[in-house]
Design a protein around this ligand. Structure first.
Ligand code: BGP
Length: 460
């Protein structure tokens, strides 16, 4: 029997922009996604933008009822910055009403709301001023965080500041998947620095309200890094990739300081971001209570072929390695490697003081799931059940080895809109029938998971 500790968090994760819909009504101002879709709709998969998503703004009562029926005891989503503070300063009363109803509904049904503040959804008004490149964004974010804590802190006892900060940096400033789609390593590092500073200042705001009696953390996408070989050059690439993609975030938020090796690497390459002398103390004083780990796949690297000096991209430190033996999810192209979850757990235990953490996202997106629908209309997503089962086995092994993991959240509860793929790949325990007025219908995995939750484990 695979079993989990008492009071283990069983739940699912989502985000405001991917589920709420109602993107341009009730006082909400456009996020960069909304505006970008208006400007260049052809860049969005199938021409589908973020305006409607899963209609949760109108459907939250039913959604919470379904969560309860399935036995979920927790659910993470995010607050929309541009709904709560459309101009960055003025509280939108309609947003407060919506979120208070939504979170109260969860609390009343035994589903703990875990709220995240930023899930890639930069306000357009702030993007016009340079977004995270502009240091002013740090204080704007801290103010938004403060307002959210004040408005909802009685209902929400677990907060996170950012979801996967690596993603908006990498996709927006080292690629073209997020706005402003530029490729500039130095600018990317400045964006990363301001993001981490905004995180620390939001934590500081939370600490000031110590009567709120809750916890605050961050959600990181962590991948264990493996090198192609044990050669010195591949090993060096592994260490650099780990510094850039993992330790940059983890050390800063958990230990309160940037790794010296990273500072050295960036200095040698003239890539250090602009900082101010007081910043150091802000990081040191505002470490997190917990870490949420989004785990999808490991990172495999090899030595770069002809690295540029000074480096102009992360690829000059480490190049992606396509491991021939990998098992992949062909729809998303991501490697499936459950052992990686054990590796992360052990790392948090051994290198980060065994900080409390939970799996804040894990899951499998599959396209054309209607192929697997039976006569009763239930999608037989055995592949998803296998995926989750295999990851849970690794998680239990880690907990038995002393890891302080306190929960497992699936991405996601309901099929939702995705940044790059709209509704191509479906991740939910529940199907959302876009053609049927967003009708929710359970997949086989939801029944399987309900059983797991009920027994707090499963026979393997
Ligand atoms: C995570 C994000 C989510 C979600 C998920 C699936 O990285 O936090 O927002 O989208 O990945 O990825 P995708 O939608 O690109 O398939």
């Amino acid at each position: 029997m695979i079993s989990f500790p008492e009071n283990f968090l069983w739940g699912a994760a989502a985000s405001a922009p991917q589920t709420e819909g109602a993107a341009l009504i009730d006082g909400k101002s456009p996020s960069t996604w909304d505006k970008w879709f208006e400007l260049e709709p052809e860049l969005f998969y199938d021409g589908v933008g973020p305006e409607h998503t899963s209609n949760t703004y109108f459907n939250y009562q039913e959604d919470v009822r379904l969560m309860k029926e399935m036995g979920l005891n927790s659910y993470r989503t995010s607050i929309s910055w541009t709904r709560l503070l459309p101009d960055g300063k003025t509280v939108n009363p309609q947003a407060v009403t919506f979120y208070r109803h939504y979170f109260s509904e969860m609390v009343a049904n035994g589903v703990e709301p875990i709220m995240n503040l930023f899930h890639f959804d930069m306000p357009w008004w702030l993007m016009e001023q340079g977004g995270w490149e502009n240091r002013a964004s740090v204080d704007h974010f801290a103010y938004y965080a403060k307002v959210a804590f004040e408005q909802f802190g009685d209902l929400v006892k677990q907060w996170s500041t950012f979801n996967e900060p690596l993603v908006h940096i990498e996709c927006g400033y080292l690629g073209d998947a997020h706005y402003p789609k530029v490729y500039d390593f130095k600018r990317a590092l400045q964006v990363g620095y301001h993001t981490l500073l905004a995180h620390a200042k939001a934590v500081a705001e939370y600490r000031k309200l110590n009567h709120q009696d809750g916890k605050i953390g961050i959600i990181l996408n962590l991948s264990p890094v493996y090198s192609k070989s044990q050669s010195e050059a591949d090993e060096k690439a592994r260490v650099s990739a780990d510094l850039i993609y993992c330790r940059s975030f983890l050390d800063t938020v958990v230990k309160g300081e940037f790794p010296q090796e990273l500072i050295g690497l960036l200095a040698e390459n003239h890539l250090l971001p602009v900082t101010e002398s007081d910043d150091k103390g802000i990081f040191t004083a505002n470490t997190v209570d917990f870490v949420g780990v989004n785990y999808y796949q490991p990172l495999r690297v090899q030595a770069p072929g002809n690295p540029r000096v000074p480096a102009q991209s992360p690829g000059d430190f480490a190049r992606y390695y396509d491991w021939p033996e990998k098992v992949i999810n062909p729809y998303r192209g991501w490697e499936i490697f459950p052992e990686g979850l054990y590796a992360i757990a052990m790392r948090l235990k051994n290198d980060y003081g065994n900080i409390p953490w939970y799996v804040s996202e894990n899951g499998m997106g599959v396209s054309q799931e209607e192929r697997f629908m039976n006569e009763e209309g239930v999608i037989q997503d055995e592949y998803r059940i296998d995926f989750v089962r295999n990851h849970l086995v690794e998680l239990e092994r880690a907990i038995a080895a002393g890891s302080s993991c306190y929960g497992y959240h699936m991405w996601t509860f309901l099929d939702c809109w995705s940044w790059l793929n709209a509704y191509k790949n479906r991740y939910g325990y529940y199907r959302v029938g876009l053609e049927k007025n967003y009708q929710r219908s359970p997949k086989l995995s939801s029944f399987w998971m309900a059983g797991v939750i009920q027994q707090n484990g499963f026979e393997n």
